[in-house]
Design a protein around this ligand. Structure first.
Ligand SMILES: Cc1cc2nc3c(=O)[nH]c(=O)nc-3n(C[C@H](O)[C@H](O)[C@H](O)COP(=O)(O)O)c2cc1C
Ligand code: SF4
Ligand code: SF4
Length: 295
């Protein structure tokens, strides 16, 4: 098949998944093109492809606004196959509502749904995950990726159920509008910490950051992707009302993945609080994996 991967990424977790997905698809003999959505990204000729994979990080229980805007511009054909590989830091039910806008759009175009998959990736906001937890997540993701590829090739359609209450609540709490329009007025750079390395300026997907008169300045078309503050080597960026939830510093995913899953499972039947939601999610992956591949 000729496959197009269309994805948005802030701190590169979705890019990490996309790299893997592309490599796996190519190994299986498929031809893959990809578009990373950022300001000015060319609109792909979707009609050329047998299947489209849509990847995004969940933002406030929704798909990212730049992702939605880009998908709207694609000319989707009737009967065109598509699948979703979304990711987020937890698996609370409300995250299930995040694909409703994309699914509605594709339904209107009479596209052919080939399945939806929710990968867990470490938080880039709220708090930093422990290295052992990340290793376990990446191990489960490899299994889920194999399940997804198997299903896509066999025509097995995996669905993720949302419900009207989740959909309504997710629409109500869409944090991005506030983020882009209001929070960016509060972004500040601590000038004594900032080394003027220019990384944030170069990498912002909205070209929203500039270096003027020796100071970093922010505009007001921020996606709240956190790329600037997450990767700032001097941890010099104050992200306004989200400052208390800032996560700074690369997880070095490839390095953690190479170490494999931790010897003692991080998530167990006794996991509590925030970690409870992963018990069922990981168990389902293990179960399906065993059913399909007997390992
Ligand atoms: C503004 C914002 C809102 C987020 N909202 C959620 C959320 O509702 N649920 C969740 O599980 N993770 C949430 N996250 C975490 C990201 O979905 C997660 O870290 C993801 O892997 C980031 O992917 P990326 O590196 O490709 O941007 C949020 C992150 C940001 C920056
Ligand atoms: S990435 Fe950080 S240190 Fe580098 S220019 Fe931006 S704010 Fe300054
Ligand atoms: S200003 Fe920072 S958070 Fe906003 S879009 Fe640019 S890199 Fe992302």
């Amino acid at each position: 098949m000729k496959i197009l991967l269309v994805y948005y990424t802030g701190t590169y977790n979705t890019r990490y998944l996309t790299d893997k997905l592309q490599a796996e698809l190519e190994t299986r003999g498929h031809e893959v093109d990809r578009v990373e959505i950022r300001r000015g990204a060319q609109v792909a000729d979707a009609a050329k492809y047998d299947m489209i994979g849509f990847g995004y990080p969940i933002y406030g229980f929704n798909s990212p606004l730049p992702f939605n805007r880009y998908v709207k511009k694609l000319s989707i054909q009737r009967g065109q196959k598509f699948f979703i590989y979304k990711n987020s830091g937890e698996t609370f039910g409300m995250n299930n509502a995040s694909s409703r806008i994309l699914l509605r759009r594709m339904r209107r175009k009479k596209a052919d749904f080939a399945g939806e998959y929710h990968f867990v990736m470490p938080y880039n906001i709220h708090f930093a995950f422990d290295a052992d937890f990340v290793r376990e997540i990446l191990d489960k993701n490899n299994k889920l990726m194999r399940i997804m590829l198997h299903n896509l090739e066999c025509g097995e359609v995996a669905k993720i159920k949302s419900n009207p209450a989740y959909n309504l609540a997710a629409a109500a709490v869409s944090i991005q509008k506030v983020g882009g329009n209001v929070n960016s007025f509060l972004y500040r750079v601590e000038n004594d910490k900032c080394t003027k390395c220019g990384l944030c300026v170069k990498n912002c997907p909205e070209d929203n950051i500039s270096l003027k008169d020796g100071r970093i300045k922010f505009g007001h078309r921020c996606d709240m992707c956190m790329r600037c503050s997450f990767f700032c080597p001097a941890n010099a960026i104050d992200i306004g009302f989200l400052e208390g939830w800032k996560v700074n510093g690369d997880y070095h995913l490839a390095k953690l993945e190479a170490q494999g899953a931790p010897r003692q499972p991080y998530i167990t039947a006794q996991s509590k609080g925030f970690y409870k939601c992963f018990i069922k999610h990981f168990a389902q992956i293990d179960e399906q994996y065993k059913e399909l591949f007997g390992e």
